[in-house]
Design a protein around this ligand. Structure first.
Ligand SMILES: [Zn+2]
Length: 423
């Protein structure tokens, strides 16, 4: 029995990409609530649903993935609060990305660019600026409305082959199809990829950006595991998957956003020159042990060790009477907070720049969320940096707090206090 249906989702031991029943357990992180559902005060009186969160690996194609799928309607259409434009680093990244794709593939002005999971439209704004016709697709109504208000034409729906056909009729074929930090979220991955194939012009390019599974394993970035992320991408399974779908992965670029990401370039077979980077990255992944049972078992041990170390650090600070708050409340922070059970007895509150989250509570441990400015007023002794991948930018913005003696705890790749000698 490969699939077990439950009330709010289903469990499966069948690989998301190669479709073999060949998954084995890497680490069980326990039961977790939906990491992007931030309850309001009234909702705290409701029962909070939690789901199993287990990282699995495919013994056949090597894809890391979870084996419990929360229904996408629950994950994306109820009160979704993630906005991709909230950090300056993120905005600059997307502007550069649009420009570099247009330049590299000499995309003529007026060509259609479709962004899947377009969120508030940051990436498409970059394409629009360089003269492209742009169209976003995103299932979250509240987020898509912002994008439309910002002048980016957006379809509120899940992307798949039926929608791709409709877009082809209404807008024509796309020269560029982008999917940033959404490909690993796709539930109906085959239908989505068939849709991309349908919509893509002959010489067009699909650009997929997603966190690389290698730094996840090497730097113990287990907090990037949550239910929206169904798979944790690496080059080897992606190449065989696209081949099985009648497309070709012809190049991969590495970049540093989100703790280490890959940019995959996919086209119709034979339409683009094959880069040797594809083979060399697969080689690098294999040498690093990404597909090795032993190496993955070591990763699981390191995750458990990291939890112990973070709890010991927090406990020792609490024993000294220190106050600690969580600075920023990203989805991934909730995996960490819930896995380590860091509730209000350890952390006074969390803060956020995203106004949609302020006044609500973090899922699971229910820390109240205040605006970032509260930290400047209160000057807690320590801020736990949950968005550690934006540590430099965040700490730069917190100069006043640092000048008043505030310090930072960085949890990943190993828990440590930053700023004891730097402040
Ligand atoms: Zn597989």
């Amino acid at each position: 029995m490969s699939q077990k249906n439950t009330q709010f989702g289903h469990a499966s031991n069948r690989c998301h990409m190669c479709k073999q029943e060949s998954l084995f357990l890497v680490i069980d992180l326990g039961m977790h609530p939906h990491s992007d559902f931030f309850p309001t005060e009234a909702q705290l009186y409701n029962a909070e649903i939690t789901f199993p969160l287990r990282l699995m690996s495919c013994g056949r194609c090597g894809l890391l993935q979870i084996d419990y799928f929360v229904d996408p309607e629950i994950l994306y259409q109820t009160d979704y609060l993630y906005q991709s434009s909230t950090t300056a680093t993120g905005r600059a990244h997307y502007a550069t990305m649009a420009e570099s794709i247009v330049r590299r593939f000499s995309i003529p002005p007026g060509s259609l660019v479709v962004d899947i999971g377009s969120n508030v439209g940051v990436l498409l704004a970059g394409f629009k600026e360089v003269g492209m016709r742009v169209l976003g697709v995103d299932p979250a109504q509240n987020i898509a409305e912002k994008s439309i208000a910002g002048g980016i034409d957006t379809i509120v729906d899940f992307f798949g082959s039926a929608l791709a056909k409709a877009i082809t009729v209404s807008h024509g074929k796309a020269q560029v199809i982008t999917a940033t930090n959404v490909f690993a979220h796709l539930h109906e991955i085959d239908d989505s990829v068939l849709g991309m194939k349908e919509l893509l012009a002959d010489e067009g390019v699909i650009v997929i950006e997603a966190p690389h599974a290698l730094p996840l394993i090497e730097n113990v970035e287990y907090d990037t595991i949550y239910h929206q992320h169904i798979s944790y991408l690496s080059v080897k399974p992606m190449r065989s998957y696209f081949e099985s779908m009648g497309l070709e992965l012809f190049d991969v670029e590495k970049n540093l956003i989100h703790g280490g990401s890959l940019r995959f370039f996919v086209g119709h077979p034979g339409r683009h020159e094959l880069s040797s980077t594809v083979d060399s990255l697969i080689n690098e992944e294999e040498l690093a042990g990404l597909y090795s049972v032993e190496k993955l078992a070591q990763f699981a041990d390191r995750v458990r060790g990291q939890k112990e170390a973070l709890l010991s650090l927090v406990l020792s600070l609490k024993k000294q009477g220190k106050s600690i708050v969580a600075l920023s409340a990203p989805a991934k922070g909730n995996t960490l907070l819930n896995y380590c059970h860091l509730d209000a007895s350890f952390l006074n509150y969390a803060t956020e720049k995203n106004p949609l989250k302020v006044g609500r509570y973090t899922p699971g441990v229910h820390l109240p969320i205040y605006p970032d400015e509260k930290i400047i007023e209160d000057v807690p002794d320590f801020c736990l940096l949950l968005a550690w991948n934006f540590a430099d930018e965040i700490m730069k913005n917190m100069t006043t707090y640092r000048e008043k003696g505030g310090r930072f705890i960085i949890p990943i790749p190993y828990p440590r206090i930053y700023g004891e000698t730097n402040s």
